[in-house]
Design a protein around this ligand. Structure first.
Ligand SMILES: [Zn+2]
Length: 257
């Protein structure tokens, strides 16, 4: 075991803890951003009985399990999503830390990971991709390009254009399910991944989204005509693109040569 690897293991519990705490904050963002509420005030309270939550009610992951998924004050069920977002954020932090170690790349991937978790859940729950998230993220993405050796501004802008173009056609042709929020999101993904990785990200989102939609129809979980939000698949495709984009792209091109 080399030095770097063992150092990463030493820091791993700290990153899991950080991930759990950040996940708890992402839950606040998911609840409050669509309502245009402040992220910091009022303090956390039960949405049913309005009782302000004590510190012991707010310990990520553990409070949920300890309180047996119910509000301590009124017994209203606590949404499972709170637990899953905290868990997934913790796993993401652990995975990225182990894969990348300290550095700018880690910071950038953590930021995108958090952003995409928030967009994923809001679109799943409300069928909305907020401009309030996508526009600032697009500006920040361009500002961060100089820190990323694999990307240039021109390449990022070309990627953004390709992302927009790839989803424009499905939006105009199919309607329903895919909307303008998805088009802007695809533009953001293109800015973040550049070209040609944007193809990997968007096309994997379309393939996985199509497969899952097909399975949901087969299992009668969804009926024909129901809408299935596309944003979550775009989020998954974007993360796959950022993490393994060029590898997947090379493999794909290799199939034809
Ligand atoms: Zn309550």
């Amino acid at each position: 075991m080399d030095g770097i690897f063992s150092n990463r293991l030493v820091m791993l519990p700290l990153f899991i803890l950080l991930g759990v705490v950040v996940g708890s904050f992402l839950n606040v963002c998911i609840d409050r951003l669509p309502e245009r509420q402040s992220l910091f005030r009022p303090r956390s309270h039960c949405p049913v009985c309005q009782h302000r939550l004590a510190i012991s009610d707010l310990i990520p992951l553990f409070s949920y399990l300890w309180l047996r998924r119910r509000c301590r004050y009124c017994g209203a069920p606590i949404p499972q999503r709170l637990f899953w977002v905290e868990l997934v954020t913790a796993l993401l932090f652990a995975f990225l830390w182990c894969s990348y170690g300290p550095g700018v790349q880690l910071g950038i991937l953590l930021a995108y990971g958090c952003l995409f978790i928030v967009i994923f859940v809001i679109d799943l729950e409300r069928g909305l991709i907020l401009n309030r998230l996508v526009y600032p993220a697009a500006l920040l993405t361009l500002a961060l390009v100089p820190l990323r050796p694999e990307l240039t501004i021109v390449n990022s802008l070309i990627g953004g254009g390709i992302g927009l173009a790839l989803l424009l056609l499905p939006v105009i042709v199919f309607r329903g399910g895919i909307g303008w929020g998805d088009v802007k999101m695809a533009g953001l993904i293109g800015l973040a991944t550049g070209s040609p990785v944007v193809f990997t990200a968007i096309i994997s989102a379309i393939i996985v989204g199509g497969l899952i939609a097909g399975i949901l129809l087969l299992l009668s979980v969804k009926k024909r005509g129901d809408t299935i939000p596309f944003g979550p698949f775009l989020c998954l495709g974007a993360m796959a693109g950022l993490l393994w984009g060029s590898t997947i792209y090379d493999w794909y091109i290799g199939l034809f040569s």
